[in-house]
Ligand binder design. Structure first.
Ligand code: NAD
Ligand code: TYD
Length: 339
């Protein structure tokens, strides 16, 4: 099978390319990535020479180029990871989120329709459901929870989901959508919470915690997300949405303290800063459907996952230090300079 993976030079798409090229030597993985600030060829370096892997530097909003790649590669399956993914950036500059996340998805859907793809899979997020109150631990997001977005990022992802559903119904396209909770693991760009804690703690820099640190996220080790998507594209029912999450809710402060302890650093580095505008309080996934229908369960506990992640960042310092020494510094100043 020929599988197009967009956004494969990013965090989750990169892990997915590693996972798929290793697990299915008989399939061809064709990665398409624009290499924005979040795309990193060093993430793909370990698999670039594999015979079942191919890389195209291309923008998913560039219709002509995307059609040409489909014509040349004849894909059976498309997995669309490519997106602008950072909530804080969407608050300061929403437009690129609309362009990549919505227009880009429409181009990928049109290409998939034109070239008769057997399965189009949209990688979405639990953030499309908005948030849950902190004092209602009995509430979880199910696949039928209404969309109720808080940030320009989540609004763009929800818009993309609606487009996918519209194409599935109008053109009878074989589409699936997955909505996963927060991922962590290797190759996570150090603007996101967990790798930012590691990088800052290692450099004895302050660790910025938004607001009071009581917001809750439901953390999943990235490989478990990859396993779930692989199951959905092979065994999932066209037209269906699958929530992915491992019932692993933690406050941000708990996460920060766990990572600091694993690194053997001091909690004195924790610095409370101005809260994110519109900050979602709690995300919590009900993964019953994917468990019952596809037999998926997470395989890595948070304790194991954090240990593996910290070890990876210690063993691969060059990967994240190269990022931090580049443009990232300017961005960092813009985000945290006045906080
Ligand atoms: P990321 O920001 O690490 O990677 C995004 C990748 O997409 C980068 O390689 C970037 O270069 C590429 N890209 C951006 N715009 C592009 C364009 N116009 N054309 C082609 N490539 C482009 O993001 P991530 O954390 O790996 O997230 C991947 C997907 O998973 C996203 O769709 C995101 O919404 C979703 N998701 C992420 C999480 C999470 O915790 N990170 C959780 C649930 C869902
Ligand atoms: P993030 O990794 O940006 O993911 P998301 O916003 O998509 O959930 O942030 C995770 C949580 O950590 C979120 O509640 C915001 C918070 N946070 C901080 O407290 N400090 C930080 O420096 C960052 C980047 C995030």
């Amino acid at each position: 099978m020929n599988i197009v993976v967009t956004g494969g030079a990013g965090f989750i798409g990169g892990n997915f390319c590693h996972y798929m090229t290793g697990k299915y030597p008989e399939d061809n993985i064709i990665c398409i990535d624009k290499l924005t600030y979040a795309g990193n060829m060093e993430t793909l370096a370990p698999i670039m020479d594999k015979p079942n892997f191919k890389f195209y530097k291309a923008d998913i909003t560039d219709r002509d180029t995307i059609y040409k790649i489909f014509e040349d590669e004849n894909p059976d399956i498309v997995v669309n990871f490519a997106a602008e993914s950072h909530v804080d950036r969407s608050i300061t500059d929403p437009e690129i989120f609309l362009r990549t996340n919505i227009i880009g998805t429409s181009v990928m859907l049109d290409a998939s329709r034109k070239y008769g793809i057997k399965r189009y899979h949209q990688v979405s997020t639990d953030e499309v459901y908005g948030d849950l109150p902190l004092d209602r631990p009995d509430l979880f997001f199910t696949e039928t929870t209404p969309l109720h977005t808080s940030s320009p990022y989540s609004a763009s992802k929800a818009s993309a989901d609606l487009l996918v559903q519209a194409y599935a119904r109008t053109y009878n396209m074989p589409c699936t959508i997955s909505r996963c909770s927060n991922n962590y693991g290797p190759y996570h760009f150090p603007e996101k919470l967990i790798p930012l804690i590691i990088a800052n703690a290692e450099n004895d820099k302050e660790i910025p915690v938004y607001g009071t640190g009581e917001n809750v996220r439901d953390w999943l080790y990235v490989e478990d997300h990859c396993i779930a998507i692989d199951l959905i594209i092979r065994k999932g029912t066209p037209g269906e949405i699958y929530n992915i999450g491992g019932h692993n809710e933690k406050t941000n402060l708990e996460v920060v303290k766990t990572v600091i302890a694993e690194l053997g650093k001091s909690e004195d580095l924790i610095t409370f800063v101005t809260d994110r505008a519109g900050h979602d309080r709690r995300y919590a996934i009900d993964p019953t459907k994917i468990h019952n229908e596809l037999g998926w369960l997470p395989t890595t506990t948070f304790d194991e996952g954090i240990k593996k992640t910290v070890k990876w960042y210690m063993d691969n310092r060059e990967w994240w230090e190269n990022i931090i020494s580049g443009d990232y510094q300017n961005y960092y100043e813009k985000m945290y300079g006045n906080r």
